[in-house]
Write a protein that binds this ligand. Structure first.
Ligand SMILES: Nc1ncnc2c1ncn2[C@@H]1O[C@H](COP(=O)(O)OP(=O)(O)O)[C@@H](O)[C@H]1O
Ligand SMILES: [Mg+2]
Length: 273
């Protein structure tokens, strides 16, 4: 575990027109760790991820990457830093095979033609490096894969590009028990390889099974970011639903308390205020 976060956000504000969706948000992601990003529908999780991945410009705030200030103004900027997002709908093409999907839009060429042997080898090495053994042929169409296999391919696609930070939006939402376990193992392996992983999830079992830290968004405010070992299921549920739990989260409930959660993020005690 490293003391310097791979990614640190400070004071992020984001509005869509008159609606402020993110308010003074602080967030860190550490190499070798899984950070679960939790929050109710509409809390701002996807918006935060889209700010990190350069899809939405922020109104205010700072980004630090490996301790240095950076600006992320486009998905290209994010990719250049090694930030990859696996979106919930996966954006895989059913009518293409695994290799074609993994290299979609970033194909390797040899002169004018596609360099299929190189792409196939890189795809095979990436899947092997993630200890993925459930896929029979790299040349099978994605339409023939199970939900868990599709998620695996989408994750492998994200780590193919020497990524340092992989963000997964609800990767197990549509999966059964066995496939969920497989994907969570893969998530854990990504972190064990040294990547910083951000896992958006509604499933407390998944969050507690795999995360090192939990960051809770409530109505656009980061009300706590704590080590998973320092918090209970029911406390996380309270943070999600009420924005506070005991000494965690918003200092006062109700109107007028906006901005009371400072979101100090490198605490081991768990108190965030
Ligand atoms: N492009 C947009 N334009 C206007 N409002 C948006 C846009 N994207 C998200 N929102 C609003 O921002 C809030 C947070 O949404 P979102 O980030 O999707 O939450 P979550 O992913 O936590 O469910 C919601 O109230 C949503 O309606
Ligand atoms: Mg969302």
């Amino acid at each position: 575990m490293s003391a310097t976060p791979l990614l640190e956000l400070r004071g992020i504000d984001k509005s869509f027109g008159p609606v402020q969706v993110l308010r003074d948000v602080a967030f860190t992601a550490h190499p070798g760790e899984v950070t679960a990003l939790v929050g109710d529908n509409g809390a701002g999780k996807s918006t935060l991820v889209k700010c990190i991945s350069g899809i939405h410009p922020t109104d205010d705030g700072e980004f630090l990457f490996e301790g240095r200030p950076v600006s992320i103004n486009s998905p290209r900027d994010a990719a250049a830093l090694g930030i990859e997002v696996v979106y919930q709908d996966l954006a895989l093409c059913d009518n293409l095979d695994i290799v074609q999907n993994m290299f979609l839009g970033r194909e390797k060429r040899s002169g004018l033609v596609l360099d299929e042997p190189t792409m196939e080898q890189m795809a095979a090495e990436t899947l092997a490096g993630l200890s993925v053994r459930t896929v029979k042929s790299l040349r099978q169409h994605v339409s023939s894969l199970s939900g868990g296999q599709r998620q695996t391919v989408a994750i492998a696609k994200a780590v193919l590009w020497n990524s340092k930070l992989v963000i997964l939006d609800e990767p197990t939402a549509a999966l059964g028990v066995a496939q969920t376990a497989q994907v969570l193992e893969l998530v854990r392996r990504l972190a064990d390889k040294g990547l910083a992983v951000v896992l958006i999830s509604h499933n407390m079992n998944d969050v507690f099974a795999v995360s090192d830290r939990i960051a809770a968004l409530y109505l656009g405010q980061m009300v706590a970011q704590v080590r998973t070992t320092d918090i209970t299921h029911s406390q996380v549920v309270e943070l999600i639903t009420a924005g506070r739990s005991g000494n965690l989260g918003l200092v006062e409930a109700g109107a007028g308390s906006a901005g009371t959660a400072t979101g100090s993020t490198d605490t081991t005690s768990g108190a965030v205020r």
